[in-house]
Design a protein. Structure first.
Length: 184
């Protein structure tokens, strides 16, 4: 029997829980902090090879496309599914759009084909996976900054969810990664 599907929600946020500035600028991702007790960091490229598929919303996709023009496509050749009801440009063979529900996506497309899926944005899509009981884990990478406003990670979730802390890693750049399992 193969491993069951695991759906991880991953987000980078400020300490005050913002995932984006109001203008979507990304300069706050660059940290100059130094935490000497922190880990040097993992080999990001090796780690990303463990992700079978990425899921993102249309606005996250549009921002990723814009950023790819300066920094390259962050998701490599890993299959990426953009959940949208709009017609969006698809510029890579590894990207496809999907206009159904998260439940249908998981049952029809993800379970038969993938084992390790990451939902990488945005807040509305994250909320839909959590409230439908589809997410298994939340990985939140907290950067050493308070933005004081912007787009919150858990916007209007309006329900309590019990979590189990499964891992914490502090890095030398001041980022802390918190990994929580969602209790079902």
């Amino acid at each position: 029997m193969s491993d069951p599907l695991k759906i991880t929600i991953h987000m980078v946020s400020s300490l005050d829980g913002m995932i984006a500035r109001a203008d979507n600028s990304m300069s706050w991702f660059e940290t100059t902090d130094l935490y000497e007790k922190g880990e040097a960091g993992l080999d990001v490229w090796e780690f990303l090879k463990t992700v079978d598929c990425y899921i993102m919303g249309s606005r996250t996709y549009e921002l990723a496309l814009e950023l790819s023009r300066s920094y390259g496509w962050a998701y490599g050749d890993t299959p990426t599914i953009v959940m949208t009801s709009r017609g969006l440009p698809v510029e890579r063979e590894s990207v496809e759009t999907y206009s159904g529900t998260p439940e249908a996506l998981v049952n029809d497309r993800l379970k038969p084909s993938y084992r390790n899926v990451w939902v990488v944005g945005g807040a509305a899509l994250t909320k839909s996976f959590i409230t439908a009981g589809l997410a298994d884990e939340i990985r939140m990478s907290v950067l050493p900054i308070i933005l004081g406003g912007g787009k919150p990670f858990f916007e209007n979730i309006r329900q309590e969810y019990l979590l189990h802390l499964s891992n914490v890693v502090a890095y030398r750049n001041g980022m802390v990664e918190l990994c929580y399992d969602l209790r079902k």
